[in-house]
Design a binder for this molecule. Structure first.
Ligand code: NAD
Length: 511
C-alpha cells in the first residue's frame, strides 16, 4: 500500500531533540519561540497531506505505528522506568493501554467523524443535510510525567486519527519518553505529523501562543489556569485534564476484600502519583472496621524500593515529597491516626536530589480519624497515602465525595446499588466494583468536571474534541412557502405562523 502515500512530506528536521542522557541542559539553549514556531510550521505543512489521505490512509499508517509501539514496548518501558522510577510492569501497563486506545481511535474515526446524513423537518422538508467532523489543524499537546505515555497518547492518538498533526511538549522530567514516541512515529510513518518540542514552562507557554488550533493540556489544575490565561491571548481553545481527589465508596453490602484490594492498588500503585488514584475511602459505618482492617493488612504488604521486585518506585518530583509529608503531618498533628506507616522524613530531598535517593522512597501510609476540614481531605496528595473515613450511609458518602472542588474519577463498591450511587457522584468517571476500569475502555470518554478540568479524551467525544462540526444544508427543491427572501408577502408570513402554531402550539382540546 505505497502509492497513496508516495507524496508524503519528507522529514526535514527534528525539533528540540534531547541531548545525550536526556539532560534538560541540552535543550535549554534553544529559543522556545523559535523552536515551537519551526515545529508548528512544519506540522501545518504536513497536516494538508495527513488530512488528504483520508480515514483509510491514516488508519493504515496509525496501525503501523501501533505495531512499532507494541514491538518496542520493552524498550519504551525501560525509558519510562529510568525517567520516572516506576516499576517495569506499571510502565508496560500504561503502554499497553495506550496502544489499545490508538487501535480504537484509528478504527472508529470514520464512523464517528465521517460525513453522515441528518434528518429534515416538516418546515425544512426542502433541505437535505449532512454533518461531518473536520480536523482543527495542528494540535498542541502538553503532557505530565506521571503517565508519560498513556496520558499524552489520549490526546495525540485521537487527534491524529481525526486528521490533525501534533506538536507535543512532554514534561521536562520525561523528555526521552516523549522523544521515543515521536521517533517511533517517524519510523512507522516517515512523516513529521507528530513532533516533539522539549523544555520547561517557557516552551509550554510558547506552544500556547504559537497559533496551534487547539491545545490539549494534562497536568496540575494550578498550571492549567496559567495555560488557559496564555491561550486566551490568542483565543486558542483548550482541553484541560487536571488533577483529582478521587473517592472510593464502600457500601454496607459490598465485597469488603475486593473493595480493600481496589483501594490499596488504586491508592498506592505508581506511588500514588495517579490523577485518578484513590485518595479517600468512604466506608459505610456497618463495614468500616472490616474495611480498615482489610486495607491495613493489604497495604502493609506493599513496599517501595529501587529493586526490581519493589511494588512502588520513588516519588518522581522532588518537591512532591514535602507536599505529601506536610499533608500527612498536619492531619496527624490535628488528631488523625496513622494505622499504616508514618509521616515520612523530608531530610535531604532537595530540588536536585536523584531519583535513586532513598529519601524519595515513601512507604505506604493509611490514615483514619481524619479531622474535619483537613487539607488531606480536599487537596490532591499525589503520594502513597490513603485516608479512610466513616460515613453513616450512602447519602453521606456521596455528599463527602462531592464536597471537593475536584471531580475527576472515583469508584463505588456495592452489590445492589453501585450504578445508582455512581451516578450521584459529581465526577467525569466512576468504576463500579472495580477501580480505574474506565481508563482502559476506549469507548468511554475520559475527563473531569469542576477543578479537574473540561473536555474529553478517549471515545467518540475524544475524537470529536480535536475536530469541528461541519454542517451542510442543500436545497433539494424550491419550497412552496419560502421565508428566506424579501419578496415574501403577508400571506406567506401567515401560512408560516399557522404551520408553527399547528406543530408546536397548545392543542384546542388542551386549552
Ligand atoms: P504540571 O502542571 O507541573 O506540568 C504539566 C506540564 O505543563 C509539563 O509539561 C510542564 O512543563 C508544563 N507547564 C508548566 N508550566 C507551564 C506554563 N506556565 N505554561 C505551559 N505549560 C506549562 O503537572 P505535572 O506535575 O507534570 O503532573 C502531575 C499533575 O497532572 C497532577 O496534578 C495530576 O493529577 C495531573 N494529571 C492529570 C491527568 C488527567 O488526565 N486528568 C493525567 C495525569 C496527570
Amino acid at each position: 500500500m505505497t502509492t497513496p502515500y508516495a507524496e508524503r512530506p519528507a522529514l526535514s528536521h527534528r525539533t528540540g531533540a534531547v541531548g545525550e542522557g536526556g539532560e534538560p541542559s541540552a535543550y535549554r539553549a534553544v529559543d522556545p519561540t523559535e523552536l515551537v514556531t519551526r515545529a508548528v510550521g512544519l506540522a501545518r505543512e504536513t497536516q494538508r497531506w495527513w488530512a488528504s489521505i483520508g480515514f483509510a490512509g491514516r488508519r493504515h499508517l496509525l496501525d503501523r505505528w501501533r505495531q512499532e509501539l507494541t514491538d518496542g514496548m520493552e524498550d519504551l518501558a525501560a525509558v519510562v522506568r529510568e525517567e520516572t522510577g516506576k516499576p517495569h510492569g506499571d510502565a508496560m501497563l500504561e503502554i499497553g493501554l495506550a496502544v489499545e486506545h490508538l487501535a480504537w481511535a484509528a478504527r472508529k474515526a470514520p464512523k464517528v467523524l465521517g460525513r453522515r446524513r441528518v434528518g429534515s423537518t416538516l418546515l425544512a422538508a426542502h433541505l437535505a443535510a449532512t454533518v461531518e467532523y473536520l480536523p482543527q489543524g495542528v494540535i498542541g499537546v502538553i503532557g505530565p510525567w506521571n503517565y508519560p505515555v498513556f496520558t499524552p497518547m489520549g490526546s495525540i492518538g485521537y487527534a491524529l486519527a481525526g486528521g490533525n498533526t501534533v506538536v507535543f511538549k512532554p514534561s521536562e522530567l520525561t523528555p526521552r519518553t516523549g522523544q521515543w514516541l515521536a521517533d517511533s512515529f517517524e519510523r512507522a510513518v516517515g512523516s513529521p505529523c507528530l513532533q516533539v518540542v522539549q523544555g520547561e514552562a517557557q516552551v509550554g507557554e510558547a506552544l500556547c501562543r504559537s497559533g496551534v488550533d487547539k491545545l490539549g493540556f494534562t497536568g496540575s489544575s494550578a498550571t492549567a489556569k496559567k495555560v488557559m490565561a496564555t491561550c486566551a491571548e490568542t483565543l486558542t481553545p483548550v482541553l484541560i485534564e487536571g488533577g483529582g481527589k478521587d473517592a472510593l465508596i464502600v457500601d454496607e453490602d459490598a465485597d469488603v476484600e475486593a473493595a480493600a484490594q481496589a483501594a490499596v492498588w488504586g491508592g498506592l500503585s505508581n506511588a500514588g502519583q495517579t490523577c485518578i488514584g484513590v485518595e479517600r475511602v468512604l466506608a459505610h459505618t456497618a463495614v468500616y472496621d472490616e474495611v480498615v482492617a482489610a486495607i491495613v493488612r493489604q497495604a502493609s504488604a506493599v513496599r517501595a524500593g529501587l529493586d526490581d521486585s519493589a511494588d512502588l518506585g520513588p516519588i518522581t518530583l522532588p518537591k512532591q515529597v514535602r507536599i505529601i509529608h506536610d499533608q500527612v503531618a498536619e492531619a496527624v498533628a490535628d488528631g488523625a491516626r496513622a494505622v499504616v506507616g508514618a509521616p515520612a522524613s523530608t531530610d535531604g530531598v532537595g530540588p536536585d536530589s536523584a531519583l535513586t535517593d532513598p529519601a524519595r522512597l515513601l512507604q505506604p501510609v493509611v490514615l483514619v480519624d481524619i479531622p474535619e476540614g483537613a487539607r488531606i481531605q480536599t487537596e490532591e496528595t499525589f503520594g502513597p497515602v490513603i485516608t479512610v473515613e466513616r460515613v453513616a450511609d450512602m447519602d453521606a458518602a456521596v455528599a463527602a465525595a462531592n464536597a471537593v472542588d475536584y471531580g475527576l474519577g472515583g469508584a463505588v463498591f456495592s452489590r445492589r446499588n453501585g450504578p445508582e450511587i455512581a451516578r450521584r457522584v459529581r465526577s467525569g468517571m466512576t468504576s463500579v466494583n472495580n477501580v480505574i476500569g474506565f481508563a482502559g475502555l476506549p469507548e468511554l470518554p475520559f475527563g473531569g468536571v469542576g477543578g479537574s478540568g473540561f473536555g474529553r479524551i478517549h471515545g467518540a467525544d475524544g475524537l470529536r474534541e480535536f475536530c469541528y462540526a461541519k454542517s451542510v444544508a442543500r436545497q433539494r427543491f424550491t419550497p412552496p412557502v419560502s421565508m428566506t427572501n424579501f419578496q415574501r408577502r403577508a400571506r406567506v408570513d401567515g401560512i408560516f405562523a399557522s404551520a408553527v402554531t399547528l406543530l408546536h402550539g397548545t392543542r384546542p382540546w388542551q386549552r
